[in-house]
Ligand binder design. Structure first.
Ligand code: T46
Length: 165
């Protein structure tokens, strides 16, 4: 399956490219082979905000694992690797940071700052997380358990594997 329909929630302010389904939810098709922004419904009232995230709905896969990266040292970066099979959605649960996703030939920068937005990363894309704010908390959802053998931590090895399928 190359494309998946994802849900953008009922908000209208930031879903200009979505279309409505029968329930009034806004949806959008994404290309599962390319990095893409995803949106999470955020319910706000006078007491605060609540953000909802489902696997196979706002996120285009069943969630096998979630983890948080927090207490990031000033100037530190994370990532700098690719995954052979794993797919992820990365979001800023608090604060902000820059996510750079690269195919080896093209790279795209996402500035993540809202808890209602994330980035879907397919397999075989290099990622780096930089420019963390002092209060940043990075929340990651994945479609597979942790397996060190799935990591490609050398950029030259990554280019070889990405170019050979
Ligand atoms: C990614 C970015 C955004 C585990 O034992 N279990 C886990 O589920 C994970 C994710 C990590 N670990 C261990 C492996 C290392 O000993 O935690 C340590 C730090 O992991 P790593 O150096 O891979 O951390 P980051 O922040 O550079 O990368 C992580 C994810 O590993 C990676 O998939 O895309 O966050």
């Amino acid at each position: 399956m190359r494309y998946a329909r994802i849900y953008l929630g009922k908000r209208t302010s930031d879903v200009a490219h979505g279309s409505k389904n029968a329930e009034g939810d806004r949806t959008r098709y994404i290309d599962l082979a390319q990095p893409s922004e995803v949106l999470f419904p955020r319910m706000e009232d006078s007491s605060g905000a609540l953000t909802v995230i489902h696997g196979q709905k706002e996120i285009p896969f069943a969630i096998a694992r979630a983890y948080l990266i927090s207490d990031i040292a000033p100037g530190a970066s994370r990532g700098a690797h690719a995954h052979r099979k794993l797919r992820q959605v990365i979001m800023a649960a608090a604060g902000s940071f820059t996510l750079t996703v690269s195919s080896g030939t093209h790279s795209h920068e996402f500035f993540l700052t809202e808890s209602s937005k994330g980035v879907y990363i397919p397999r075989l894309f290099w990622r780096e997380l930089t420019n963390f704010s002092h209060d940043a908390v990075c929340l990651v959802f994945t479609d597979r358990p942790y397996e060190e053998s799935d990591y490609i931590r050398s950029f030259s090895e990554y280019l070889d594997e990405a170019n050979n399928g």
